[in-house]
Design a protein around this ligand. Structure first.
Ligand code: PNS
Length: 160
């Protein structure tokens, strides 16, 4: 049985993340979407809100689960017997950070592969940071976040 972890901040989940989840779940038996608890980084949505939104999004996929984690990703991956880490790469500008992270994770856990997936081109400029910025200024988020979560994300970002 092949297990993959798709880790991230997901603050909030975007259509780009949703696209990667749909691609990744086809490749493995079990996909664990893992939201990082990061006390060093201030987030807009709480970990619970992010996990809840992701759970609603993955409800149609029986082989996908959502949870949160603390600490090192490789430790979380080991605890779940994962074979690989999934990361989305939108553009060349993502590559340096992703490459560095993959190499560090490989040093810490040589058997754990990182697999990079590309979302649809139309999502290559979509990021959680842009969603937060546009949403907090009252801009349209329809093309950026999953439709079933749109109202919740819009309302939440408008409140600040
Ligand atoms: O969505 P993000 O913020 O780009 O995701 C980054 C994430 C959560 C994948 C990364 O920060 C992470 O794995 N953090 C856990 C701590 C860790 O394992 N650090 C060493 C590898 S960089």
């Amino acid at each position: 049985m092949r297990t993959a972890i798709y880790p991230g901040s997901f603050d909030p989940v975007t259509l780009g993340h949703a696209d990667i989840i749909q691609r990744a779940e086809k490749l493995v038996d079990r996909l664990i979407v893992a939201v990082l608890h990061n006390p060093a980084k201030t987030s807009t949505f709480s970990v619970e809100e992010r996990v809840q939104m992701l759970r609603e999004l993955v409800a149609p996929f029986p082989n996908v689960e959502v949870t949160s984690f603390h600490g090192l990703l490789v430790n979380f991956a080991r605890q779940h017997d994962a074979d690989c880490i999934i990361r989305g790469v939108r553009a060349f500008s993502d590559f340096e950070y992703e490459f560095q992270m993959a190499l560090v994770n490989r040093k810490l856990a040589p058997d754990l592969e990182t697999i990079f997936l590309m979302p649809k081109e139309k999502y290559s400029a979509v990021s959680s940071r842009l969603v937060r910025e546009i949403g907090s200024m009252g801009g349209e988020l329809k093309e950026l976040v999953p439709e079933p979560l749109l109202d919740r994300i819009v309302t939440r970002l408008a409140k600040g």
